[in-house]
Design a protein around this ligand. Structure first.
Ligand SMILES: [Fe+2]
Ligand SMILES: [Fe+2]
Length: 288
């Protein structure tokens, strides 16, 4: 029987990533799955270095690190670089021990069926675009005055592919509508109600609706997601008389954490094959 350490956003914070791998090892997990905002920034030198360090740490701990894309991962570049390098389960091999789950990917581990849907809307999009423009102006000045240490386009901070379009999502969902036990996503489903949520702008809702549609179609027993940087558990109606347990995971400690933040908020262990545990049963009866 396998165990997976599922982790919330890491945002390229190497020390947190390496700490999580140590925790995974102690928890006797052979796999780590990061729910987006992993830090896939290979358009930048620091981003490539981060991948190398995490890969080396994963090898040392004899772990494979999987991730789906968050709004702050440059997923278009991941697909461009590794789209032809698939492992036996259809994950993109980014490094020997780092694998990417593309949007709509499905697989089975220890008899448990999984699906992954990355992406979300960035509430800080205007700030990121303003920063990009500022850097572009600085780079232009460097070019004018004879110094061009680095091209401005290598440091984009906002990624147009940050969320699925309805067309993309509908096609992915229609390709296989059979149920899964575990749904992994970056964004929350529309119906879950965390006590703390700063991502409530109207622009956030279309993608939450997509994840909600995935819940209604795939009828998972549990959905795990990141993005809110907040740890909570909820239960939502999955549309067929059953309930889906939702686990929102916290992020790295460098990202404005919730009051009383504990690193343990950023991960949980999912034993396989997945079985609705006591927490899920209790929440389900409370919701019922
Ligand atoms: Fe994040
Ligand atoms: Fe995010």
């Amino acid at each position: 029987m396998g165990r997976i350490l599922v982790a919330g956003d890491i945002h390229g914070v190497t020390s947190h990533a390496v700490t999580l791998l140590g925790i995974a090892r102690k928890q006797e997990c052979a796999r780590v799955f990061v729910l987006g905002d992993f830090g896939a920034w290979e358009h930048m030198r620091d981003g490539r270095h981060y991948f190398d360090v995490v890969d080396r740490a994963a090898r040392r701990q004899q772990l494979i690190v999987y991730f789906l894309d968050g709004n702050h991962d440059k997923s278009s570049l991941v697909r461009e670089l590794y789209g032809e390098h698939l492992d036996d389960e259809g994950f993109l091999v980014c490094r020997k021990n780092i694998r990417y789950a593309p949007r709509g990917h499905r697989w089975t581990w220890d008899g448990t069926r999984f699906a992954a849907f990355g992406g979300a809307y960035s509430v800080d999009k205007p700030w990121r675009l303003a920063m990009e423009a500022l850097r572009e102006r600085k780079a232009e000045r460097r070019r004018v005055f004879g110094s061009s240490r680095r091209p401005a386009t290598t440091e984009s901070l906002w990624f147009p592919e940050e969320q699925m379009t309805d067309e993309e999502f509908d096609a992915l969902l229609a390709a296989d509508e059979s149920p899964v036990e575990v749904l992994l996503s970056h964004d929350k489903p529309r119906a879950s109600a965390p006590a703390l949520n700063r991502k409530t702008a109207p622009e956030c809702l279309p993608n939450q609706d997509r994840i909600q549609r995935a819940v209604h179609t795939l009828r998972p027993q549990v959905l795990l997601h990141g993005h809110l940087h907040y740890r909570y558990t909820d239960v939502i109606d999955r549309g067929d008389g059953g309930l889906t347990r939702v686990e929102g995971l916290g992020a790295d400690p460098d990202t404005a954490p919730q009051p009383g933040y504990d690193r343990a908020d950023s991960w949980l262990v999912l034993p396989l094959p997945y079985q609705h545990d006591a927490v899920g049963e209790e929440l389900a009866s409370r919701a019922g």
